[in-house]
Design a protein around this ligand. Sequence first.
Ligand code: DOR
Ligand code: ZN
Length: 457
Amino acid sequence: MTVDLAVHNCTVVTPAGRTPDAGVAVEDGTIVAVGRSDRLPDADRVLDGDGNVLVPGIVDCHIHNREPGLEYKEDWESATRAAAAGGVTTVVGMPNTDPVIDRPEHLELKFERGEDSAHVDFQSYVVVTSENLELIPDLDEAGALGYKIFLGSTVGDVPPPNDGEIIEAMEAIRETGKRLGFHEENGEIIDHYTERFQAEGRNDPIDHSHSRPVIAEREAVERMITFAEETGAKIHMYHVSSGSAAEAVARGKDRGVDVTAETTPHYLWFTEEVMREKGNPARIQPPIRNAEERETLWAVGMDGGAIDCIATDHAPHTPEEKMVDDPFGNTWDAISGFVGLETEIPVMLSFVADGRLTLEEWVRRHSARPAQVWGMYPQKGSLQVGTDADFTIVDSDREWTLESADELHSKNCVTPFVGESFTGKALTTVVRGEVVYADGEVVGESGHGTRVDVDGD
Ligand code: DOR
Ligand code: ZN
């Protein structure tokens, strides 16, 4: 039998272990064999992996693709172009667009736009507010991956439901079998400090960080875990930034609550000193924490297992919105968020090179686990025969420095990772058997990406 594509001469790494001199074979966009290169079937096209590492496609379950409505920042085409170039084969878009994704029609619009232009596969969350609680079953029917509530004010100003409504939302979402994720910052605490700091004239970028203290995050995690314990809902904590919040997640898991959590490369890499060094371009919500919190995030979150997934919170804004020309100007005039799709693999592989985590643990948190948490596994996040042929080839030894944001593929590329040096880079990205990125170029066709069907319809 001759198949469409075979990749030879890689070290294949999955959470279960690694196989040298190996590769994969693909037919009709599906994996048909994984194993030693010399035992793979003949193929019409053979790629030589050159001894590099091949992993199941990276799954980033937290990006802001900005479409519909905010295409001046980013759109499905540009976000998924960056994903392809970053070695990411599946992305999940956040609902704080314009309109917000709070009704089936808006979700359908978001899916249609993605079908038209995405380079990699995609899904979307829907937002829950006081206004759409009764639509929870319809949003499930419309094919949403999961639900999101913004507990504290952030970009898009989507107001949270009150605590009673959140409990009712959890009960309704439990019936769908899907998961509810949170932007977990206590709104009253952050609003209080924001107003107080502004009244006191505290305007530095680090003041923005301190206006959103760790207790705001920890309290929100603990309150949602308590509600989930009561309702039996499956919940998720997006972008856990502090060790204290990771400890709260660990306590919830110990109590048997179905709580999962993600952190991002920037919370593991930087400390809040980055606000003094780089200023407003590094502004993000929740903020980057001090060294002690980062060490606990590593110890409890990564080494201890409280953190399930790595995701970027890729959040593009224009250089003007990020105050790139005035990085230490009045921080209350700057917006929060920065891009991450093309630096997530380099950051995580740099930690591997430093011995802070194994390749297997990296793949588990960056591919298998996010797919499992959000119900896309094994179609996504595995190299099992019969599943989508999504994989990423990385050079785990490549040393390089991100010299300029111009090297990136988003519409707006502001990131505090400019000037940082890495060990590791994505070389080749394959989505359902199509090479979408190779030799430094996005080569796939816009529109190849498709919605990941989580309902089997
Ligand atoms: O910094 C952030 N930016 N935090 C969020 O919660 C939203 C995001 C955005 O949409 O820009
Ligand atoms: Zn986000």
